[in-house]
Design a protein. Structure first.
Length: 364
């Protein structure tokens, strides 16, 4: 007996829309089972995880803070993935964007100017784009697998940040703690509302999502992304450059990841330190797929994943579970999203012999 996947004649539009909701529902069900196995009341645990963070104004601000980098990075990754360029190294581009954007407030710490913050944001985007250009160059010039190269560059970026804050950029007045100088007031991303800490990084994320949605729907560049992603050969017949698309998609996704990095450091932290991300770059991959690679859908999925991060932190205090529960939830969500996508595109066939087969999911 063996299991085979048989491609369906056409994909169900209805199930393509509802599959993220099905995946989310299955995640909640299996999450409840997990809490029961841990000896916790599933209802209380899920309430602490998904409902309690929405009841206070300050927690809504924290939700926006955590959602901003997820949405920004996820929107950039959606362009790369729809063009069939698999940028897995957004975490590294996030880190490099934070480093390059912090050059001015850390190295030229006596400079006070209204131009400081805009320059920091631009330098963060440029740094993230240039770091993404490395796997883009290797793929376009040498046909190297961008999944491996972009992933390996993540660890280089993280170790480079660790070296900086423990060495050349360590704050001399920081009592030997591994962190840089605190940013001056002109280098801090301001808060959106006086009622909490949510900063303009969330506004950047929403604007980026709407802008990319417009590009993908109404502009020629968006059409090129879709055509080359679905069939590189058809794109060449239409006069589109697959090599040019590698450069565009990788640099674009890297720039948004870099903007997320400097926004996080400038808006939420205020200085560089060895760890500036709880894994936003990798979590944003789940955000992109849960949002169906649609920029507007990514806004919703980014808020959902941010809720799991925030709920996981609260659940540690309220019901005494491990901080690894958040990772389990995110892993379950990615598993069910990809499983639902597989069943939408393929039928599962159990083949018992040469002439006998049992087809699961024969309907459309």
């Amino acid at each position: 007996m063996r299991i085979e996947l048989e491609r369906r004649p056409r994909m169900s539009g209805f199930f393509a829309i509802v599959s993220p909701l099905v995946a989310l529902l299955l995640t909640v069900i299996f999450g409840g089972i997990m809490f029961a196995l841990l000896g916790k009341d599933p209802v209380d645990a899920l309430y602490s995880f998904f409902i309690e963070p929405l009841l206070e104004v300050w927690s809504l601000h924290e939700l926006a803070i955590k959602a901003a980098p997820l949405i920004l990075i996820g929107v950039g990754l959606s362009v790369a993935y729809r063009s069939n360029n698999w940028n897995i190294g957004a975490e590294g581009q996030f880190t490099i964007g934070a480093i390059t954007g912090s050059i001015l407030p850390v190295v030229f710490y006596e400079w006070h100017s209204p131009l400081l913050l805009p320059l920091m944001l631009i330098m963060g985007m440029v740094g993230g784009a240039l770091y993404a250009a490395i796997p883009a160059l290797l793929k376009a010039r040498f046909n190297t697998n961008e999944i491996l190269t972009s992933l390996m560059l993540v660890y280089i970026a993280q170790l480079f940040l660790d070296w900086l804050v423990r060495g050349a950029w360590r704050d001399p007045a920081g009592y030997n703690f591994p962190q840089s100088r605190s940013f001056v007031t002109e280098g801090v991303l301001p808060e959106m509302l006086s009622s909490g800490r949510a900063h303009y990084g969330f506004a950047f994320a929403i604007l980026a999502a709407v802008g990319v949605w417009f590009m993908m729907r109404y502009m020629l560049k968006g059409f090129q992304v879709v055509v080359l992603g679905q069939s590189e050969r058809a794109g060449r017949f239409a006069g589109f450059s697959s090599r040019g698309m590698i450069w565009f998609s990788m640099l674009f996704s890297g720039a948004l990841a870099g903007l997320a990095g400097i926004s996080e450091v400038s808006g939420s932290i205020g200085h560089l330190q060895p760890s500036i991300s709880p894994g936003y770059g990798f979590t944003a991959i789940i955000v992109a797929f849960l949002g169906r690679l649609n920029p507007l859908g990514i806004i919703a999925s980014g808020l959902v994943l941010a809720l799991t991060c925030l709920g996981g932190e609260g659940a540690q205090l309220s019901i005494g579970v491990s901080d690894k529960v958040t990772r389990v939830f995110q892993g379950l969500l990615l598993f069910f999203v990809l499983s639902c996508d597989t069943l939408i595109l393929y039928r599962v066939r159990l083949v018992f012999g040469k002439g006998r087969a049992l087809v699961a999911g024969a309907g459309r």
